[in-house]
Design a protein around this ligand. Structure first.
Ligand SMILES: Nc1nc2c(c(=O)[nH]1)N[C@H]1C(S)=C(S)[C@@H](COP(=O)(O)O)O[C@H]1N2
Ligand SMILES: [Mo]
Length: 330
């Protein structure tokens, strides 16, 4: 299997299953895949906690098990933050609720961030790093469901997906779900590092710039996005024949509408959209019937709670566009 196939096994039109089979899942490993001996694995929780903890796999698996179905999306290359890759899937994770463990450890009131360390180290774009280190705001815990996962789609995590234990932060881009996790550290400030404050920070938006904030934004919560599964690119349709257009939509906040345009964004019609259920993606559908022969461009755009939509281009969540051919009636 070549590296490109591991990065992206499924194109949007291949996402026909609600739950992505594990063998079809993309693999992202910036520093290689470490082989971890589960019998010697431990996780420590330290920093701004009253009772630092250390636990092994048996202790972790003895905690109540939670299962969550969630969108799993890579935000794309940190070197090309505006290029949409549509590297997305929807899977089931099983593991322990991290919030309960943090309660046991007793997080100090001044802690605001959770730093998470993976066992993989090495060189990324010429810079040496000891560990894959990420951080996330403790405020994320109010939405619940941050897991220390040891199962993927009902099976133990495969080595390339983080065996024996990884962090799973549903609703956040995949980069935050640290694989091969071994340490959690509670801190007042963000972690300075390659994957926290150097890469994976978007430039300030116009609103921030106008307010004189000028701050970058960490790549945490997923922005509203939608992918068209059918029709697949280069399909042929026939004038007057109805077919089903459908796809998936998601965002951290949840999608409230998906609209389709068949005239390059001039006019839009609302697709039927299933309501949000937990962290899983939402299916949309629309009866598609072309009334003229020729090339047909299909565009989809999702809107989330609060009104935010998808830009047409120049962003990782730019609208997905599929081109098909419409043949005359025979
Ligand atoms: N330790 C570690 N965790 C990591 C990464 C990594 O390189 N090292 N890559 C991240 C990125 S960029 C993504 S998109 C997801 C991908 O998870 P998967 O390979 O299990 O699909 O893992 C994240 N967690
Ligand atoms: Mo990623």
């Amino acid at each position: 299997m070549g590296p490109a196939q591991r990065l992206m096994k499924l194109q949007p039109h291949d996402l026909t299953d609600r739950i992505t089979p594990t063998n079809d899942l993309f693999v992202l490993a910036h520093l290689g895949v470490p082989q971890v001996d589960a019998t010697r694995w431990t996780l420590s929780i330290d920093g701004l906690v009253r009772h630092p903890l250390s636990l092994d796999l048996r202790q972790l698996q003895a905690l109540p098990k939670r299962e969550i179905e969630a969108v799993h999306q890579c935000c794309g290359s940190p070197l090309e933050p505006f290029v949409p890759t549509r590297r997305v899937s929807n899977v089931r994770w099983g593991g322990a609720d991290l919030a309960a463990l943090l309660d046991q450890a007793g997080v100090e009131p001044e802690a605001r961030f959770l730093w998470s360390y993976g066992l993989d180290g090495g060189i990324f774009v010429g810079a040496d790093c000891d560990w894959y280190l990420k951080d996330l705001p403790l405020a994320r815990f109010s939405a619940g469901d941050v897991l220390l996962a040891y199962e993927l789609n009902g099976e133990p995590l495969p080595p390339e997906h983080g065996f024996p234990v990884r962090l799973v932060v549903p609703g956040y881009y995949g980069t935050n779900s640290v694989k091969w996790i071994w340490r959690l550290h509670l801190a007042k400030d963000r972690a300075e590092g390659l994957f926290t404050t150097t890469y994976y920070n978007d430039p300030p938006g116009t609103a921030d710039a106008a307010a004189g904030l000028g701050r970058t934004r960490p790549v945490w919560a997923t922005a509203p996005e939608s992918v068209i599964v059918a029709p697949a690119p280069d399909t042929t349709l026939r004038v007057g024949e109805a077919s089903e257009l459908w796809g998936w939509a998601w965002s951290f906040r949840g999608i409230v509408a998906v609209e389709i345009s068949l005239d390059d964004g001039l006019t839009w019609q609302a697709a039927r959209l299933e309501p949000r259920r937990g962290w899983t993606w939402q299916r949309f559908r629309l009866r598609l019937q072309a009334d003229r022969p020729g090339p047909l461009k299909v565009l989809a755009r999702a809107r989330e709670v609060g009104g935010q939509g998808q830009p047409r281009a120049g962003a990782r969540n730019a609208m997905h566009e599929v081109e098909v051919t419409v043949l005359a009636r025979d």
